[in-house]
Design a protein around this ligand. Structure first.
Ligand code: MN
Length: 264
């Protein structure tokens, strides 16, 4: 019995981790009071961001223990968008209903840093996906498709991250209507992930109808990941991504620890 338990892929995985043949890369920003969150114009409600309130810290309220309680929006920092986040997915999964096997999948990383350097409002074009597929083969089943934009170089400073221009409007890159349509209709992805504050580019607010990536992805029951970091440490293909949102009953999303297993 013991031999059977100790043989197989999990043992091989543990051995590879121990020997450094697989590295674990954090794709997650720290949560703090300054964590950038999307800012919607009047009359829309806004995410409160993150606040940590002290319960006790080795003091009269708790002499041997330290703990806090939190105020945090579901869509704060590195976070997971569940299908019911969008009206097109309102009858689809809330964050607690996402099956665990759909939190884990291969990462297909599309490098568009040059395009984003030239245009912070860059939206992922079909030709970039096609170029990636020409180099690496068809996007695998149940992949997370990640946009490597270099946006995480802005750290988590809200002004730089949201990049409000002289026009008074934010500018950050994102997925497009055509990329969302292709990835939901022609490929079978888990969802998409980005380094910026939302999966749609900032300009998507002006799109008619607005936020096409949200509309199409969540309408198709797919997920989103935002404010990812360290995408420069992932190969274009070959990393395994693990997203771990809180299991909030009926929730629309959640701050998440996102990790990747990468060949060492
Ligand atoms: Mn979100």
């Amino acid at each position: 019995k013991r031999c059977i338990i100790n043989s197989g892929v999990i043992t091989e995985l543990m051995d590879a981790l121990r020997r450094g043949k697989i590295r674990i890369v954090y794709l997650t920003q720290p949560l703090h009071e300054g964590t950038p969150v999307i800012r919607l114009p009047e009359p829309f409600a806004n995410d409160p961001g993150f606040k940590k309130q002290l319960l006790s810290r080795y003091d009269e309220k708790g002499p041997a223990w330290y703990w806090n309680w939190l105020i945090v929006g579901e869509h704060t920092g590195t976070h997971f968008d569940a299908p019911c986040h969008w009206v097109t997915g309102k009858d689809k999964a809330s964050v607690d209903a996402v099956p665990p096997e759909r939190l884990v999948g291969p990462a297909a990383v599309i490098d568009v840093r040059e395009q984003v350097n030239n245009d912070p409002d860059y939206l992922l074009r079909l030709e970039e996906i096609q170029a990636w597929e020409k180099a690496h083969g068809q996007i695998p089943e149940n992949s997370w498709v990640l946009m490597r934009t270099g946006w995480s170089q802005h750290g988590d400073d809200a002004e730089r991250f949201l990049n409000v221009g002289a026009d008074g409007r934010p500018h950050w890159p994102g997925f497009s209507e055509e990329s969302a349509a292709f990835l939901t209709q022609q490929r079978s992805v888990l969802g998409v992930g980005t380094e910026a504050v939302g999966t749609d580019g900032a300009s998507a607010a002006d799109h008619v109808p607005p936020f096409p990536n949200h509309r199409i992805m969540h309408g198709a029951g797919k997920y989103g990941l935002t404010s990812l970091i360290n995408l420069d440490q992932l190969p274009p293909l070959g990393a395994l991504l693990i997203a771990a949102p809180l299991k909030i009953r009926g929730g629309s999303g959640s701050p998440s620890r996102v990790l990747a297993l990468v060949p060492g």
